[in-house]
Design a protein around this ligand. Structure first.
Ligand SMILES: Cc1cc2nc3c(=O)[nH]c(=O)nc-3n(C[C@H](O)[C@H](O)[C@H](O)COP(=O)(O)O)c2cc1C
Length: 242
């Protein structure tokens, strides 16, 4: 039974107001950056969004589901085989429910799974089950920021998509990924190939990553974007849905 949540007393910022009432799935995969997702979830709740959190088993090694249960007032889903009394087939119901799904952090492993269509955990399964909308792609106007491995604006990668390759029924970038990984992993050509595949076939929106200090105690590309940047990207996405 969902817990009744007190509504935030202060009005959200004008930018975050676009999230009010929106249904946002926040999914976490295994990486140190999981701690940065707590303020993202809190910011969405404060903006009046309805938030459901999914976590891979690896993500639960880095941060407790209880953190997100407390922030959202909703059970956190960590297994495909969950038993939620309101949901007959939870992954399909959550995928249909979502206006936006953001995976933050997105591991190299999850990027590979999504690109290959593997669905053996709740995050990849729900992402795979996101309905395809018929209104076409908002691919060029999302305004996502961030850098690729060469330090280029990640929007450049978005706009490189060949529209002739994209299915008219592709989701309008309702799937957003905030990659986070070590710089050598980020530079791995297989990771980059998988990112390109996801862009071309699914039209996902990338948030970052940025460059900077990493958990492996070196500096480089692959650092997850900061919570404020992720929140801004989600707000821009929500504004497009209005
Ligand atoms: C301490 C530690 C930190 C890690 N950080 C990352 C990371 O930032 N990015 C990444 O892609 N993988 C990272 N990994 C590896 C992933 O946790 C691993 O590939 C895992 O299988 C990912 O599973 P998931 O995609 O189901 O969450 C880390 C592993 C450990 C032990």
């Amino acid at each position: 039974m969902p817990l009744p949540l007190p509504r935030p007393e202060s009005a959200p910022s004008p930018e975050m107001a676009a999230c009010k009432g929106r249904r946002v799935v926040v999914a976490l995969t295994g990486g140190i950056a999981c701690y940065k997702t707590a303020p993202v979830v809190s910011g969405l709740v404060q903006a009046g969004a309805q938030v459901r959190v999914l976590m891979t088993e690896a993500a639960t090694k880095f941060i407790q589901p209880l953190t997100f249960q407390s922030l959202t007032g909703q059970a956190v889903i960590t297994s495909i085989f969950t038993s939620d009394e309101n949901l007959e087939s939870p992954h399909i119901a959550i995928a249909r429910w979502a206006d936006v799904m953001v995976i933050a952090p997105t591991s190299a492993d999850m990027i590979a799974k999504l690109a290959a269509g593997i669905c053996d955990d709740v995050v990849s399964l729900v992402a795979c089950a996101l309905p395809r909308h018929s209104e076409g792609s908002h691919s060029q106007d999302s305004g996502s920021q961030g850098s690729d491995s060469q330090g280029n604006d990640s929007q450049a990668r978005h706009s490189q998509s060949d529209p002739s390759q994209s299915n008219q029924s592709s989701p309008p970038r309702s799937l957003m990924l905030a990659p986070a990984m070590n710089a050598d992993m980020w530079a791995n050509p297989i990771v980059q190939r998988n990112l390109k595949t996801l862009d071309e076939l699914l039209g996902v929106e990338y948030i970052g990553p940025g460059e900077g200090w990493q958990a492996c105690r070196t500096s480089g590309a692959g650092r997850m974007s900061e919570p404020a940047e992720i929140l801004s990207a989600i707000a821009r996405r929500c504004a497009l849905l209005a």
